[in-house]
Design a protein around this ligand. Structure first.
Ligand code: ADP
Ligand code: MG
Length: 279
């Protein structure tokens, strides 16, 4: 962790890779080694003093996270205006893009994709970190290669750069948010498994379980767990897959499936042990 050193002395910041709710992500080269990274630049003016302090504490924990399926945070820098997070560079694009390209995934492809996400969540939950903003846009492939690793990005950051107010007002669809967040009741790590349910649903059919252009109506659908497996899209999909989705999209967080139950679920076991799937 470099703290107050000038990031421009250590890294050359290059082209913008993308823009998020609270800042930009740029490609960067480490001057001493020539290695490539991604740097997420957060404008401090967008954060309250309280949030900024909490973010500084949180990144201490985030830099300790070391898992093959979590985008690595290497170090952080700070100046008067910005907060910089030096991240592992992901060049394979978002899970979302690969779903769109294929229209939807087969059950085997979906299971092979889901498995490492569950492993990453289990690891981070054990470290006391809840993602809170899991969605296909936050699942990035390391390279363009067919067998590239899928990694979870933005762990623990939603609290700062995706607060409820932001989630409610952002133009992006808040379709992944768990009912207990909408109800403002406080939350546990179970919220991540709700999002996993939404992601699995989308992987298998190519469209979201909860959707309405009107956010109030959308939130009503989520709060009542009002979703279906419409024909003909779901006709060929196994009942086990549907059971797993129902177990994840369970309104009561205490009854929602947890890591162990997901990992032991027949659908995941049956679809991951036989063949290796290249995505
Ligand atoms: P969001 O709020 O949409 O999650 P982010 O600030 O996380 O926005 O990222 C903005 C864009 O930068 C995203 O579209 C993502 O594809 C890209 N991006 C984020 N992290 C990385 C990374 N580690 N490597 C490469 N691209 C990244
Ligand atoms: Mg992101």
């Amino acid at each position: 962790m470099q703290g107050n050193e000038d990031i421009n002395k250590v890294y050359t910041l290059e082209k913008t890779l993308g823009e998020g709710a609270f800042g930009v992500v740029k490609r960067a080269v480490k001057k001493s080694t020539g290695e490539h990274f991604a740097v997420k630049i957060i404008n401090k003016e967008n954060l309250s003093n309280e949030d900024l302090l909490a973010l500084q504490t949180e990144v201490e924990i985030l830099t300790q996270i070391d898992h093959p399926n979590v985008v690595k945070l290497f170090e952080i820098y700070e100046d008067d205006t910005y907060f910089y997070m030096v991240l592992e560079l992901m060049t394979g694009g978002e899970l979302f893009e690969r779903i769109v390209e294929k229209d939807h995934f087969s059950e085997k492809e979906a299971a092979a994709t889901l498995r490492p996400i569950i492993d990453a969540l289990a690891y981070c939950h054990k470290m006391g970190i809840v993602h809170r903003d899991l969605k296909p846009e936050n699942l990035l492939y390391s390279t363009m290669e067919p067998g590239a690793l899928l990694k979870v990005s933005d762990f623990g950051l939603a609290r700062f750069v995706g607060s409820e107010e932001v989630m409610m007002t952002q133009c992006g669809t808040p379709g992944y948010v768990a009912p207990e967040i909408i109800n403002g009741k406080g939350y546990t790590e179970a919220i991540d498994f709700w999002s996993v349910g939404v992601i699995l649903y989308i992987m298998l059919c190519g469209f979201p379980p909860f959707y309405d252009e009107d956010n109030d109506k959308l939130f009503q659908m989520i709060k009542t767990g009002n979703f279906a497996f419409p024909s003909p899209y779901w006709d060929q999909i196994s009942n086990e897959a549907k059971e797993l989705i129902k177990g994840l999209l369970t309104i009561d967080p205490a009854k929602r499936l947890t890591t162990e139950k997901i990992l032991k679920h027949p659908w995941l076991l049956n679809n991951t042990h036989k063949s290796i799937v290249n995505l």
